[in-house]
Design a protein around this ligand. Structure first.
Ligand code: AMP
Length: 290
């Protein structure tokens, strides 16, 4: 595995790949865990070459968010990426990606304002911007994103279609990887105490309660939301930010789940000051976003 920092080195490596070789890209912010590594392994299986980027992207963090305290572990990441079969590991740095005078923005407002966009209004603009830059830098054939960040996945897939990047590039979803307790893996889980981690597992139980209600025949949006919210509200260590039922593609609130369309229950909450997200697909949406 080659480890590089400068864009110059990435471009040189990219040029050396044969024209027919398919490149799989796994963009991350590091502090790698099984969620990231499952994406890298899928890329390894499906592509000729695998690149992973590690960059804690400042434009997707708002003022007062956890940009400075976001976990960083260069040595561990290098070891884990090598073990997952990554060919090129790139640690990006801010000065090169956002040099003085940088002025461009990218936005997908219709998909970036709901759910997490309500409390993080600039987040998805920052995500779209960095990912579009990565697509130009790496020119991957397949780019892998986890469904834990469901809104991110939907928004990026839309951006790729809208900008006609889909002619050469597929945005590939990866299933959510969880702890045995059901808690979705996240680099931010490192900042939870044992008690916080145990409490955070209630997010998954809430989503499962919502799904149970759906499977018992409930289709009314507000009642599905109540079923999923009830267990979460009973956990005092968890402070709920939102729990919404949304359309799998428009991310708009669903009043009544339509047959053949399904819906996604998505949640964000804070535990010990750490912001966590999770989601579950219902009905047709559970068959996968492909
Ligand atoms: P991050 O480093 O948090 O920006 O995540 C990088 C990529 O890994 C994103 O596509 C995430 O959706 C994905 N990812 C993070 N956690 C998980 C997880 N628990 N399961 C699956 N994918 C994940």
């Amino acid at each position: 595995m080659k480890v590089v920092e400068s864009l110059h080195e990435v471009k040189a490596w990219r040029r050396e790949l044969s024209r027919e070789a398919s490149l799989g890209l796994v963009p991350t912010m590091g502090a790698l865990h099984e969620g990231h590594l499952s994406l890298a392994r899928a890329a390894r299986r499906e592509c000729d070459a695998v690149a992973m980027s590690i960059f804690v992207n400042p434009t997707q963090f708002g003022a007062g968010e956890d940009l400075d305290s976001y976990p960083r572990d260069r040595e561990g990441d290098t070891r884990e990426a090598r073990g997952a079969g990554v060919d090129l590991l790139w640690f990006g740095f801010r000065e090169e990606l956002y040099p003085p005078g940088f002025a461009t923005q990218v936005s997908v407002p219709a998909l970036g304002r709901s759910l997490c966009g309500r409390s993080r209004p600039h987040h998805f603009g920052g995500v779209a911007l960095i990912v579009l830059k990565l697509f130009h830098i790496f020119r991957p054939r397949r780019a892998y994103f986890g469904l834990k960040d469901y809104q991110q996945f939907v928004l990026l897939r839309r951006m790729v279609i809208d900008l006609d990047l889909d002619l050469d590039l597929e945005v590939v979803p990866g299933a959510i990887v969880r702890e045995a307790s059901g808690l979705a893996l996240s680099s931010r889980n490192l900042r939870l105490s044992d008690a916080g981690r145990a409490a955070a597992a209630v997010l998954r139980r809430g989503l499962l309660a919502g799904r149970d209600s759906y499977e018992e025949g409930e289709r009314h949006g507000a009642r599905l939301v109540i079923a999923a919210t009830r267990p979460i509200l009973a956990e005092p260590r968890v402070s709920l930010e939102y729990l919404d039922l949304v359309d799998p593609w428009t991310l708009k609130a669903v009043a009544e789940v339509a047959p053949g369309r399904g819906a996604v229950l998505a949640v964000a909450a804070r535990v010990e000051g750490v912001r966590l997200i999770d989601n579950i697909a219902l009905g047709a949406a559970a068959e996968g976003p492909a």
